[in-house]
Design a binder for this molecule. Structure first.
Ligand SMILES: [Mg+2]
Length: 356
């Protein structure tokens, strides 16, 4: 059977405006990709974003080209296709992620395995986890907003909160201890500055985070200033994670090689999907660095890819896979979130489209 595919652009409204240091968002624009071999259908999705600078239009164009290239290669095997295509379409990582997700979904469905189990088998990783805990992100807002959000998420069972900071140093500094007092000692909290601080500010924030038992600080300083991030990493009492700074495998090689952070945030949309994400995991492993699997404001097919990837590799310590929680609704089902634990059922990614 010849391969057939479908590319669809969706704009999904958010529950409220999501504000961080570098953006304000009322909706999210995704590109959904389905690929069928006549027997099984795989689904994946990419997201327009300001890190890889892809749009729905560019992703749709790239996905058409990637699909044609896959037909010419005459295979649907992830190992035969993905490394070569990721190299060829390195300029379109988020589009590549949509294709990669669909290919792994298809491979899992053919093998009768969840993608997490499929990866675990393929890469010989043991102790694959059945579920993975995700944090819940709190964007910029007044203290009232932060308090209301934190209470709601803790009540819903989340054990880790992620606080967006980096907009206003004095306010951020005060919020750190207030939030710790509010949720008590048993909830993990991390903070993400999205490049908002100088080295000095970052180190003051890191000290305050340490006093209040925070887990780690993400991307404290501007993404292109790697020496600044390395400097914060050398002196910070809490671990520093690179996110915007580690946008490509090349940058991951540099940041991990020189240990410019204690950990990296692997978002599949930055690297081109699961298969390239695995290469980033290997780099972190080689330097004994931590890994968090993160996401943008993404739909379930993307989040499920991140979840299966995260649960298959023991090196992944944290998951920030809550992108669809901000959406009013999305036309997908299958990604189950209970008590902060993510899970799917059945083979492949475990996601299905539902009628809009
Ligand atoms: Mg981040």
């Amino acid at each position: 059977m010849p391969l057939t595919w479908n590319i669809e652009n969706l704009t999904i409204k958010l529950k409220h405006t999501f504000v961080i240091t570098t953006s304000r968002q009322d909706d999210t624009k995704v590109t959904v990709y389905t690929l069928s071999d006549g027997q099984h259908t795989g689904i994946g999705a990419g997201v327009a974003n300001n890190v890889t600078l892809e749009t729905q239009e560019s992703m749709a164009v790239a996905l058409e080209q990637i699909s044609q290239a896959a037909v010419e290669m005459g295979s649907t095997d992830p190992e035969e296709l993905l490394p070569a295509l990721a190299k060829r379409f390195a300029a379109s990582p988020s589009a590549m992620m949509a294709f990669d997700g669909a290919i792994y979904d298809l491979a899992g469905r053919k093998a009768g395995l969840s993608v997490g189990d499929y990866l675990s088998r393929q890469f010989g990783t043991s102790n694959v986890r059945q579920t993975i805990a995700t944090d819940h992100t709190i964007g910029f807002g007044t203290w009232d907003f932060i308090e209301r959000s934190a209470r709601e998420y803790v009540q819903r069972g989340f054990r880790i909160l992620k606080l967006k900071i980096g907009g206003n140093f004095d306010e951020d500094f005060k919020t750190l201890s207030r939030l710790r007092q509010l949720v008590g000692p048993d909830i993990g909290i991390l903070a993400d500055a999205n490049q908002g601080f100088s080295v000095q500010q970052a180190l003051k924030i890191a000290d305050e985070m340490h006093k209040n038992n925070y887990l780690f600080l993400e991307q404290p300083t501007p993404k292109d200033d790697l020496p600044a991030m390395a400097e914060v990493t050398r002196h910070s009492p809490v671990p520093i994670f690179a996110d915007e700074a580690v946008r490509t495998l090349e940058l991951a090689r540099r940041i991990c090689g020189q240990k410019m952070a204690h950990g990296i945030n692997i978002k599949l949309a930055k690297f081109g999907g699961i298969r390239q994400g695995i290469e980033a995991v290997k780099l972190a492993e080689a330097s004994d660095m931590d890994v968090m699997v993160g996401c943008y404001t993404e739909v379930s097919p993307s989040l499920a890819a991140g979840m299966h990837f995260a649960r298959a590799f023991a090196r992944v310590r944290y998951a920030d896979i809550d992108g669809n929680q901000l959406m009013l609704n999305e036309p997908f089902a299958g990604l189950d979130l209970k008590q902060g634990l993510l899970q799917t059922e059945g083979p492949g990614l475990g996601i299905r489209s539902v009628k809009r």
